[in-house]
Design a protein around this ligand. Sequence first.
Ligand code: PGA
Ligand code: ZN
Length: 439
Amino acid sequence: MLSAKDYEMFEIIDIKAREVLDSRGNPTIETEIITGEGYGSAIVPSGASTGKNEALELRDKNQRYGGKGVLNAVRNVNETITPLLIGMDIRKQREIDRIMIEEDGTENKSNLGANSILSVSLAAARCAADTLNLPLYQYIGGLNTYVLPVPMMNVINGGEHAGNELDFQEFMIMPVGAKSFSEALRICAEIYHHMKKIIAKKYGKSSTNVGDEGGYAPDEGGYAPPMKEISEPLEVIMSTIEELSYKDSVKIALDTASSTFYDEKSKMYNAMGKKMDSGELIDLFADVSSKYPIVSIEDPMAEDDFDGFVEITRKLGKKIQIVGDDIFVTNKNILSTGIKKGACNSLLLKVNQIGSLTEAIDTASMAYRNGYSVVVSHRSGETEDTMIADLAVGISSGQIKTGAPSRSERCAKYNRLLRIEEYMGQSAVYAGKNFRIPF
Ligand code: PGA
Ligand code: ZN
């Protein structure tokens, strides 16, 4: 199998990790890899409304950066992982990931840290693509990659991502009726800008300040009481798309991140100043989705309310995509339980929840094989790294969740998709209305 030429070209020569900052100003890890003829780097993102079962993000927990430093993770790459991988063939992604996972030896990567392992895993994929002179999405997905995803663009922020009174985390628009990705992005940006005027008029100018993912985070600084009810942001979205005549081409998606307002002891949800049990919350979702063009709800129930997930999927799953984020944490074993029980019909894919590219792709494959759709997603703490754009195209997810266009770390992903679309030329297919089954 080996030729002398291969050996030089594809051999990992060096790996170097360092500490850099993410979009919230918190430290995170960047890793670079070089081979004989290639280079790749990756920066790991970080969540705020994290699932309990996510792989462990190793933080220094000392004086620096309020305990959030990642120098131990950096050291783990430079001193432990690098010697294991030097000399390996960069094309052996699965083997590279396996070696790191084995060296860690824990279920949740708490030894080396999921951030250390993932930074190497993603940098390796990018370095392999560069060495092979292939676009990253094509390295990931091969010949069968032509689907551009529908943006699931978060335009109004609440929950853990904003300092306002909105308990529900994300209100998103999905331009399913666009003809191409670039048209979809234009529609989203136009809506985003027009919405600013509508929010300023109704809720006051300070309500157009933005949250972690760039969506507006309406607060109490305006003329009207702050947004609190789930219907208020939905009304704002509807007025905006109606005024711009996009009513037929734009649908709505929610990520309510319901674990963040669930009380485990009483098994009650506490949102909008009301206490609701599982059934009442499901009724609320049934009600809003009969009034508004909602096509997708992520984490409608808390991660500990597995039965609630099964129930809402049974009730609304035919019409609506029920996406599992905190409940599945991109973990194949947990997804498998969900599939058996009938929880959700869609998987949110966040590579850092599981900590390696191979495992994330394995979880996505399991989802597809069982009729679940896949939404590739950013984290609320992001960076200039655009890997998820290539991943969404590479696995033909048909959907990508990567925030509002007011923040460069989000635009970086959209801009990468624009470049991919241009590169594909006439062969590019926008997932559009087929976002749940785009191929
Ligand atoms: P997170 O939020 O990155 O803070 O977890 C994103 C999401 O819940 O989808
Ligand atoms: Zn989520």
